[in-house]
Design a protein around this ligand. Structure first.
Ligand code: ADP
Ligand code: MG
Length: 687
């Protein structure tokens, strides 16, 4: 017999084809799936009220005898069924819409429990009723208890969900297999799985639902952490990675040519990365640092080091614009240390592409910068030794696995554009080692940030124009239009035309992702050298654009952006000696929206801001509409459950320290759960 939780939902009464389709649409395939989706709230329907005591506006549960029922056809398509329900002290009408057949159910003399809203609109009655026959044989499901309210897609009502869950729980054996090793469960004093599944939906006493949720949340977090720690343990156990040589003259030349001294944090980061590179183990490291903390130069040093030892290195960026930007900066940075890096993106002309591919295949080209185009089948390296991924929260662990399959275990460094909150980092990058740059280069002046209401928009633009007249350069960023680069590009083009008309004396440029590579190139170059003074752009400039002379960042529709994005945009200025300004135009309509803009004005630190953003918007929204690679969490909450996550991590580490391959029989259920959580996509990494 298969595990009860693995059984299909069609095993439940009342799940036919249509309902099954709806459940599947909500992502539910098995009884276990259904039971692991806890309700988002509960309604207390425990105590019955006497009908005579009711007053309008209350949600109440009553118990009574039907004394009459009749259907009224109000108009076409609208039927009203009025049922009169009486108890010892009084009676009340229950109103049901468009279910005329119910008049046959509510036969006089039958006893019913009804939950509903007491209304005084056109006569005293109960509206939006939930009801259940009050017979003596079976327990009521929907009434007379604290009932769960589930969120369900596919048009299923909470009532249907509740009944399905109730039935699924009736069949649940007490001895359902535990994914958690019993040692862990006992150590942490967590309740059993069967208990948690029952009480998570139908709590008996106060507090039980939360205790149950914690248990199920721990399961989710623990399984993910165990998977990530397993990947890491597997990597640490192997010695077949690439070994880079120790520092040589090229690296020294690179460092000496830098126009500044590295900060202590940069030195430390470089040290950690170099140690990994020289070790025979494969490096898998996450480099985090605030916007402007100088991650690029650290990455550049790693590229030089790889090339110096005769190995090839690739830097991958999420967009073509960003890849170009990196390439340009690296060309300058790497110049004292050897041949210039090559560039490869989707838009690279065929001849050029072939030339680059040849150089990579025969090993003549030591460093290449590019987009996902680098991952294509026909891109071959003679001896790839280092991959740096500059990502904007784009890959999860599973996607990285695909990338790794490309080379013979090259060292890997992942950089994020803005800091990400610790709980998200641990969930997305928990298999990686962490290097933190926790210090800014000296002499940075905080960017003065102001929120500008729409009503003062014109004043803001006048002020910006004044700055430009005084010799400064300004970015002007268009509102974010989710899901549509094309519409955003259009909006940018429109704003650009408006500005050109309004500011005839100011050279204005335009940059968006829909322009050809050459046009983007031209726009960036013009702004960099100062031929263009105001650059109207979409979020393509969000990352990596480095023009120290730009001192004004004006963001239109700022309330539509995430905090991390705004922080990243603000990080585009404040890079030179001049005082820089960030103007956020927007009238946030919600309290949260207001709180977000206030947070960006006051908070200087990207790490704190990221935590705040996560708290305000939740994990899904934190990444905006981008692919984020976060595993599905149903019971756990990465905002609320920080401590639980730490606990899960610690327990996962303890178990894997003891049994690195999870080979012991008592760990078999855990292995199954890990495979399920990651959809079997960890294979390459565990390998
Ligand atoms: P990040 O990628 O971390 O946001 P960058 O690498 O773009 O930051 O660096 C931001 C700016 O700071 C660049 O203009 C870079 O040249 C400069 N920079 C980096 N390190 C230092 C340093 N140690 N001292 C002074 N300036 C630095
Ligand atoms: Mg190595």
């Amino acid at each position: 017999m298969t595990d009860y939780l693995e059984r299909p939902l069609t095993d439940l009464k009342g799940v036919g084809r249509a309902r099954l389709a709806a459940l599947q649409k909500a992502g539910l395939g098995t009884i276990g799936d259904l039971l692991r989706r806890l309700p988002y709230r509960f309604e207390d329907r425990t105590s019955f009220r006497s009908i005579a005591s009711l007053s309008a506006g209350e949600w109440v549960t009553v118990r009574g005898v039907v004394t009459g029922a009749r259907n009224d056809y109000i108009r076409r398509g609208l039927t009203l069924t009025r049922v009169t329900l009486a108890d010892d002290g009084g009676s009340i009408q229950v109103r049901l819409w468009n279910q005329p057949y119910l008049a046959k159910t509510f036969v006089p003399g039958a006893r019913f429990l009804v939950y509903g809203l007491v209304s005084a609109d056109r006569g005293f009655h109960l509206s939006r009723p939930e009801w259940e026959p009050a017979d003596d044989e079976s327990d009521p499901i929907h009434l007379g208890r604290v009932v769960p309210v589930h969120r369900a897609g596919g048009g299923l009502t909470p009532r249907v969900m509740r009944r399905l869950v109730f039935e699924a729980l009736e069949g649940l054996p007490t001895g359902v297999p535990e994914p958690l090793p019993s040692a862990v469960r006992e150590r942490l004093g967590l309740p059993g799985l069967a208990w948690a599944l029952r009480r998570g939906h139908f709590p008996g006493e106060a507090g039980e639902a939360e205790e149950a949720r914690r248990r199920l949340a721990f399961d989710e977090l623990f399984v993910i952490q165990a998977g990530l720690v397993e990947v890491r343990a597997g990597r640490m156990a192997r010695q077949d990675g690439v070994r880079h040589g120790s520092a040589g003259p090229r690296l020294r030349a690179f460092l000496e040519a830098l126009p500044y001294r590295l900060t202590a944090a940069q030195e430390r980061a470089m040290g950690e990365i170099f140690a990994d590179m020289e070790a025979p183990r494969q490096m898998s490291r996450l480099l985090q640092g605030d916007v402007g903390s100088g991650k690029t130069v650290v990455a550049a040093a790693a590229l030089v080091k790889a090339a110096e030892g005769g190995l090839q290195a690739a830097l991958l960026a999420p967009t073509e614009v960003l890849a170009e930007q990196h390439w340009r900066r690296l060309r300058g940075l790497l110049a004292p240390a050897g041949p210039p890096p090559a560039f490869l993106a989707g838009g690279t002309p065929r001849q050029e592409r072939e030339r680059v591919l040849a150089g990579l295949a025969d090993g003549r080209t030591p460093v290449v910068v590019g987009t996902h185009a680098l991952l294509e089948e026909d891109v071959r390296f003679a001896h790839l030794g280092l991959v740096i991924i500059d990502e904007q929260h784009r890959f999860g662990v599973a996607q990285r696995a695909r990338l790794q399959a490309k080379g013979a275990r090259p060292d890997m460094l992942v950089m994020t554009a803005t800091p990400i909150p610790r709980t998200l980092a641990l969930t997305l990058y928990g298999d990686l080692d962490l290097t933190l740059i926790d210090e800014m280069p000296p002499g940075r002046r905080p960017v003065v940030t102001r929120v500008v209401p729409q009503g003062q928009r014109q004043r803001a633009y006048d002020w910006v124009r004044g700055r430009i007249a005084g010799g400064q350069r300004a970015f002007i960023v268009c509102p974010l239009i989710e899901e549509s680069e094309e519409r955003q590009a259009k909006a940018a083009a429109k704003l650009y035309e408006d500005l050109r008309a309004d500011w005839p004396d100011v050279p204005v440029g335009l940059l968006h992702g829909r322009l050809s590579a050459a046009a983007r190139d031209e726009a960036m170059e013009a702004f960099r050298v100062g031929r263009v003074r105001a650059l109207v752009a979409t979020t393509v400039i969000e990352v990596g654009i480095d023009v120290p002379e730009a001192t004004v960042m004006l963001v239109e529709g700022a309330d539509g952006f995430g905090l991390a994005q705004l922080h990243q945009l603000r990080g585009r200025v404040g890079r030179g000696a001049e005082q820089s300004y960030c103007l956020l135009i927007g009238d946030p309509k919600t309290k949260d929206g207001q709180a977000r803009l206030e947070a960006i004005v006051t908070a200087r630190d990207g790490f704190a801001l990221a935590e705040e953003d996560l708290r305000l918007r939740g994990p899904g929204e934190f990444f905006g509409t981008r692919q984020h690679g976060l595993p599905d969490l149903h019971a756990a909450d990465l905002v609320r459950d920080r401590e639980l996550l730490d606990l899960a991590r610690r327990e996962a580490e303890a178990i894997l320290a003891d049994d690195p391959a999870l080979a012991r029989p008592e760990h078999a259920p855990l292995k199954v759960e890990i495979a399920r959580a990651f959809g079997g996509r960890l294979g390459v990494l565990v390998g």
